[in-house]
Write a protein that binds this ligand. Structure first.
Ligand code: HEC
Length: 186
């Protein structure tokens, strides 16, 4: 009898843990959808108004402004990262690097880049964090600035602003990077 009760409690707590994780994941996906659509519309607008050279500044300023706003709105940290960064400030931390490497392996195993995501609860120095990474696939519109044949004027401007730029040479469907969410939980 005692044993049955023990397993019932264990089962319930496992289920509620899974439900928590599911809720955290779906909230993360929603915040990322907002971030991504706001960024894309700014990018498109910038490209149409001033061409890609001018849009570099839009992408730089808009990405940090939007990420700060959404981070404040939700009270989490939301950012972009990649194994090949343009802005060294976006370089992955060890956990992000490890997950990005598993994304590359999963993609090589046949999973489409747009479906790759991973979440985990990590405890460090007594602090529990929910961490979520969602892949960003390379689309057609990205190639002007991240592709193989970048216009020479644009290339010169990228060289000037990002002397250590690694974010070039991508093709459609490649894993460009990921959105990363860190959320402290009690
Ligand atoms: C107009 C040029 C331009 C276009 C088009 C563009 N990007 Fe970028 N991208 C940049 C610049 C500039 C940065 C560096 C931003 C910064 O300084 O934070 C960047 C940074 C990034 C980063 C953050 C990691 C890193 O490398 O620093 C990701 C992820 C990214 N871009 C994905 C994309 C995707 C996906 C698309 C297509 C939907 C795209 N970009 C289209 C210029 C562009």
């Amino acid at each position: 009898m005692k044993k049955t009760l023990f397993f019932a409690v264990l089962f319930l707590s496992m289920n509620s843990h899974a439900a928590d994780l599911q809720r955290l994941e779906s909230e993360s996906r929603q915040a990322i959808a907002e971030f991504s659509s706001q960024l894309k519309s700014k990018l498109r607008q910038g490209m149409q108004q001033g061409g890609p050279v001018a849009a570099i500044q839009v992408c730089h300023a808009a990405a940090s402004a939007i990420s700060e706003r959404i981070s404040r709105q939700y009270g989490w940290k939301i950012a972009r990262t990649s194994l090949k960064v343009r802005n060294p400030g976006n370089a992955p931390d060890p956990w992000e690097r490890k997950v990005l490497e598993t994304f590359e392996a999963r993609k090589a195993g046949g999973e489409p880049a747009q479906q790759l995501s991973h979440s985990e609860i990590i405890e460090q120095n007594g602090q529990k964090n929910f961490r979520y990474l969602q892949a960003i696939p390379t689309g057609e519109i990205c190639l002007a600035c991240h592709g193989k044949n970048i216009d020479p004027a644009l290339q010169a401007e990228l060289d000037r602003l990002y002397p250590d730029d690694q974010a070039r040479g991508f093709t459609v469907g490649d894993l460009r990077g990921a959105f990363s969410i860190t959320r402290s939980i009690d």
